[in-house]
Design a protein around this ligand. Sequence first.
Ligand code: ZN
Length: 105
Amino acid sequence: MATDKIAKNLERFAQAIAAHDRENPTHNAWGIGMNGFDIERLGLEEGEEILPGIVIQVDGGVTGNFRVLCDGDHDEEREEAEAEVVEAVATQPAQMPVAPQRQED
Ligand SMILES: [Zn+2]
C-alpha cells in the first residue's frame, strides 16, 4: 500500500483546507473534490471521511488536482482553491546524477 503517498495527500488536503479557511473565513469546507479517476488511483473511496468533517467527493474536475469543497461561493476563486494531488501515480524515484565518467587515456 502506498500509505506514504496517501499521508502526503492528506497533508496537502489539510493544508489546502487550512489555506481556504484562512482566505474564506465565512466558508465551511466539507470535502475534497477529485476526479473519480484520481480517487480510484489513490485508493480512496467516494464519501470516505479522510479528515475530520471532510469527505472525498467525485467532482468531475481535471485529474491531478483536487478542489476544496465548501458551502461558500467560489465561482471566480475556484482556481485558488485548487491544488495538485501529490504524485498520485506511481512515479520513478528521482534519479541521482551519476558521477562523471573519468576519461582514461
Ligand atoms: Zn470556500
